[in-house]
Design a protein around this ligand. Structure first.
Ligand code: FRU
Length: 503
C-alpha cells in the first residue's frame, strides 16, 4: 500500500506506540525474516552508511525508514562489531529533523579524526514546492558512542553546473588532507562526481569535478567511493540510467567500479580502465567500503534496489545488507570479493560429501536447509581415459514441491547461470529471471550463503558474485546436485548457520 507524503515524513517520536508495536509485530511474523543478515526490525533498510573502523569496532549504519516500506523520512541506524559477524545493536545513530535534514539524513560515510568518528552525510530537504535542496552535514560520535550533529551544514550549496541531485559524501584521508567525493548530476542531466578537500573535516574547499573517461554514462551517479590498494586507484559508484547490453547492466540501476592510476590530487584526472559491475546477481546496490586494521578493505552492499516492489513490502519490512566481503585488487585492476573469514564464527553443525557425482541428480544426507554456508570444490577434469567430465554441472537450492533456485555451470562456455524463475514468490520479473556470467577460468569453487530469503554466491574465490533475494516457502529446504553428459568430482561442506542474537 502506497503511503501519502504526510505519512512518509512523520517523525518517529510523533507516532503512537501502538502503531509501532503493530508494525514490529507485523514484521516479526513475516516468513521471510533473515536469520543472519542485518535487517531492519520494521520498515525499510537501504544503503550501508558510515562504515568505518573506530575505537576497536567496525561501525556500520544503514539508511532506515521505520514506518513502512516506502522511501520516506530516512534515519541512520547504528550497529557495531569487533568481528564483522556478531553485531551489537546501537539504535538510531543519526536522526533527521533539523532545517538542513528535515526530509531525511541521506547516505554518507565515516572517518576517524581527533579521536572521534566523523559522520558526513547528505541532509535532504524539500521546500513548499517540494523542490529538493541537499546539504552536506556532519555528525560526530565520541568514545562513549554519543552522536551529535553540527548545527550548520559543512557544505551548504550545490556548486554551479549541477542539479539538486547532489549527495552521498564518501570521505578518505591522504596525508594532512581529508578528501570527499560526492555523487552528482550535471545540469545537462548526466552523472558525475565532485571532489572537495578539508584540513579538519569542518570547512570544505571545492576542487572540482572528477575527470573520468566516462563523461556520458547515465543520468546520475549515486554513492561514490574512492580508495587506493596495491598502488592502484578504485572508484566505485552507482550509475543510474544505463541501458542493458547483453548480460550486462540488467538491473534497474547498476553498481560497479573502474580502476586505474591513483589520483594526483588536487589534479582531478582519473586514468582508468573499463567499468565493471561488482555483482552479477539481481539485488545489489549502493555498496560502501571501510578500511579495517592492517589495511584490509571491506565492502558491504544493500541487498535490494530502489523502485522495485519486494514480496515483504506488505509485511511491514523490506531489505537487508549483504554479508561483508574482503576486497583484493589484482594487478590487472580486477577486484576479487571474498566473504570475510570471520563468518566462519557462525558455522554450526556440519555435513559433508566427497566423491563422484555421475551423470544424473543426487542429494546427500544432511546437505539441505534454510540458513547455511555451502562450500563446493568442483573437479571437472576427466579422471582417466574411461571417464568424461560433465558438460554441465549445478545444483538446485531451496527445493520444495513446486520451487527451487537453480545454479548451473556450462563447461564449454565457462558460464555460470543463476535462475530464480521458480524460486518462490516472484519479483522484478520485468528485469528478467536469469543472470549469468562467463568465468575467466573453469569452475573450481562455489561458496554459497543461503539465508531464509537470500542467496549470495561467490565463484572461484571471488572472481564473480551473485547476490539475490529469493522468496521460497520455509519448507523448501532441499539441495539437489546434477551433472550432465559426464561426471564431476565433488567435495561439499555444509554448515548450518547459527543465529547469535544481537545485544
Ligand atoms: C541510494 C540513495 C542515495 C541516497 C539514499 C537515500 O540508494 O538514493 O543516493 O542518499 O539512497 O535513502
Amino acid at each position: 500500500m502506497k503511503m501519502t507524503r504526510e505519512q512518509k515524513y512523520r517523525r518517529l517520536e510523533d507516532v503512537a506506540p501502538q502503531e509501532i508495536e503493530q508494525l514490529l509485530h507485523q514484521s516479526e511474523s513475516s516468513p521471510w525474516r533473515q536469520q543472519y543478515h542485518i535487517q531492519p526490525a520494521m520498515g525499510l533498510l537501504n544503503d550501508p552508511n558510515g562504515f568505518a573502523y573506530y575505537d576497536g569496532y567496525y561501525h556500520l549504519f544503514y539508511q532506515w525508514f521505520p514506518l513502512g516500506t516506502d522511501h520516506g523520512l530516512k534515519y541512520w541506524y547504528h550497529l557495531k562489531s569487533t568481528d564483522l559477524t556478531n553485531w551489537i545493536d546501537c539504535g538510531i545513530g543519526v536522526k533527521p529533523g533539523d532545517w538542513f535534514d528535515s526530509h531525511g539524513a541521506y547516505s554518507g560515510s565515516g572517518i576517524t579524526h581527533d579521536g572521534k568518528l566523523y559522520l558526513m552525510y547528505t541532509g535532504n530537504t524539500r521546500d513548499t514546492q517540494w523542490q529538493r535542496h541537499p546539504y552536506q552535514c556532519m555528525a560526530i560520535m565520541n568514545e562513549d558512542g554519543e552522536i551529535h550533529k553540527l548545527k550548520e551544514p559543512v557544505i551548504a550549496n550545490v556548486p554551479a553546473g549541477y542539479t539538486d541531485h547532489f549527495r552521498d559524501p564518501k570521505v578518505w584521508q591522504d596525508g594532512e588532507w581529508f578528501y570527499c567525493v560526492i555523487g552528482a548530476q550535471r545540469d545537462d542531466l548526466t552523472g558525475a562526481i565532485v571532489l572537495y578537500r578539508s584540513r579538519h573535516m569542518l570547512e570544505w574547499e571545492l576542487l572540482g569535478e572528477l575527470q573520468t573517461m566516462l563523461p556520458q554514462f547515465g543520468y546520475m551517479w549515486e554513492c561514490p567511493d574512492y580508495f587506493e590498494m596495491n598502488g592502484q586507484a578504485v572508484l566505485l559508484f552507482c550509475p543510474q540510467g544505463i541501458a542493458s547490453e547483453g548480460e550486462q547492466y540488467r538491473n534497474i540501476y547498476q553498481s560497479g567500479y573502474v580502476s586505474g592510476k591513483p589520483l594526483q590530487l588536487p589534479q582531478l584526472e582519473l586514468e582508468h580502465g573499463s567499468f565493471r559491475e561488482l555483482d552479477v546477481g539481481f539485488d545489489f546496490y549502493a555498496p560502501q567500503t571501510a578500511l579495517g586494521p592492517n589495511g584490509r578493505r571491506i565492502l558491504v552492499g544493500w541487498m535490494g534496489l530502489p523502485d522495485i516492489a519486494y514480496p515483504t513490502d506488505d509485511q511491514g519490512w523490506a531489505h537487508c545488507l549483504t554479508l561483508p566481503r574482503e576486497l583484493e585488487l589484482r594487478k590487472d585492476g580486477v577486484l576479487l570479493q571474498r566473504p570475510v573469514q570471520e563468518l566462519a564464527l557462525r558455522r554450526g553443525e556440519k555435513a559433508e560429501f566427497a566423491g563422484i557425482l555421475s551423470e544424473g541428480r543426487s542429494s546427500y544426507a544432511g546437505i539441505d536447509g534454510i540458513a547455511y554456508e555451502l562450500d563446493c570444490r568442483v573437479d571437472l577434469t576427466a579422471m582417466d581415459t574411461n571417464t568424461t567430465a560433465a558438460q554441465a554441472f549445478g545444483m538446485e537450492l531451496r527445493v520444495g514441491e513446486q520451487e527451487h533456485t537453480l545454479l548451473r555451470y556450462e563447461a564449454n562456455r565457462q558460464r555460470l547461470i543463476l535462475d530464480r524463475s521458480a524460486s518462490g514468490q516472484p519479483l522484478a520479473e520485468d528485469y528478467g529471471t536469469i543472470r549469468s556470467c562467463e568465468l575467466e577460468r573453469p569452475l573450481e569453487r562455489l561458496q554459497i550463503f543461503v539465508d531464509v530469503s537470500s542467496i549470495e554466491i561467490f565463484a572461484n574465490d571471488g572472481e564473480a558474485v551473485f547476490t539475490s533475494r529469493i522468496f521460497p516457502q520455509p519448507s523448501s529446504q532441499g539441495i539437489v546436485f546434477f551433472a550432465e553428459a559426464g561426471q564431476v568430482g565433488l567435495h561439499v561442506e555444509k554448515w548450518n548457520y547459527c543465529f547469535k542474537s544481537q545485544q
